[in-house]
Design a protein around this ligand. Structure first.
Ligand code: AVJ
Length: 322
């Protein structure tokens, strides 16, 4: 047996408490906001999976193409004995990395790190079946809170793919990257996926697809809150909107209240009024430039050694080290 029991930094109770705090803060703020991390219940993860196969949503395919092309380079440059993947989800793209690192004959350990213990267990089992010699040591946690608790193994490679870093605002990114820097020790590596700035029409289409899958994904967060916090959001009374904000260089997903209404959240003992047409932000998805990524990494004490893009130049993978 090469699979170890997950290290749990966050149990379902902590998560529920955290959600209560975040949702109260977001719904009583002006303008209203909800954090994107609550999209991913079972249904939300399924919808996100569907998004990754939409014609308009290029990031997943583009990153896949880069990994196809350069996973072996990552393996030979880093020679990492441990791969830690943050926000690993199903770890599908990571298979390419794991295979390359294993072919190099150096990889001993895979540490998938995610908030969702169910997804984590499935991913750990799939990887163990495919690479039986590998030690798979999952960690359940929130990458904004628990990176300090992840073991520091010398020379480890930390992967953060899918441009999930784009869902953090600049302040959150600075804190996150500083935590990653300390997780790397003196000889570790960061493999970071970032979506790049491109024509606004393509960006908005990627977040507002013709089939309405992203709209469903966005509205699903209201169902998550209804179930988890005893709320009574009328999901059909909110419409999805995606807006490119060039000033912040991010796509904002919003939910627009179709009428004046009051939402009750029983578990929070809270009533929240919405005006007709009021917009609530549910996600930012930052789009980067090479210079921007390089600067943010440098501010965290990391130097970029490799920068790879897909042939169209839509997304980038950077490799950096202290
Ligand atoms: C892949 C989680 C970063 O911002 O593109 C997809 C999620 N949101 N469509 C992204 C998402 C709307 C997403 N992440």
């Amino acid at each position: 047996m090469t699979q170890t029991a997950p290290a749990v930094h966050l149990d379902p109770q902590d998560l529920a408490r955290q959600m209560a705090v975040d949702v109260r803060a977001g719904l009583t703020a002006t303008p209203k906001v909800l954090p994107p991390k609550y999209f991913y219940d079972g249904r939300g993860s399924e919808l996100f999976d569907e998004i990754t196969r939409l014609p308009e949503y290029y990031p997943t395919r583009a990153e896949w193409a880069i990994l196809q092309e350069h996973a072996d380079d990552v393996a030979s440059v880093t020679g990492a004995p441990t791969l830690v993947e943050l926000g690993s989800g199903t770890s599908e793209k990571t298979r390419l990395l794991l295979q390359a690192l294993t072919r190099g004959g150096i990889l001993e350990r895979f540490v998938p790190f995610d908030v969702d213990p169910v997804v984590l267990r499935e991913a750990a089992e799939a990887v163990t079946a495919e690479l039986p010699g590998l030690v798979v040591a999952p960690e359940v946690g929130d990458f904004e809170k628990h990176l300090r608790e992840v073991p520091r193994r010398p020379g480890q490679l930390v992967a953060f793919l899918g441009s999930t870093i784009g869902n953090l605002d600049p302040g959150q990114r600075a804190v996150f990257l500083a935590d990653v820097r300390s997780l790397l020790g003196d000889h570790g590596w960061l493999l970071l996926g970032t979506d790049l700035v491109k024509a606004p029409e393509r960006l908005e289409a990627a977040y507002d697809d013709a089939q309405g899958v992203t709209a469903e994904f966005n509205r699903n967060v209201l169902r998550v809150i209804n179930r988890s916090l005893g709320a009574d959001f009328d999901v059909d009374a909110f419409v999805h909107r995606a807006v490119w904000d060039p000033r912040h260089s991010w796509v904002e997903m919003r939910l627009v209240s179709q009428r004046e209404q009051v939402v009750r959240l029983r578990d929070l003992d809270l009533e929240v009024p919405f005006a007709a047409g009021e917009e609530m932000r549910t996600e930012i998805s930052t789009k980067f430039t090479r210079e921007g990524v390089t600067e943010e990494l440098a501010a965290a004490g990391l130097g970029v050694t490799h920068w790879w893009t897909d042939p169209a130049g839509d997304v980038a993978l950077s490799l950096s080290r202290p």
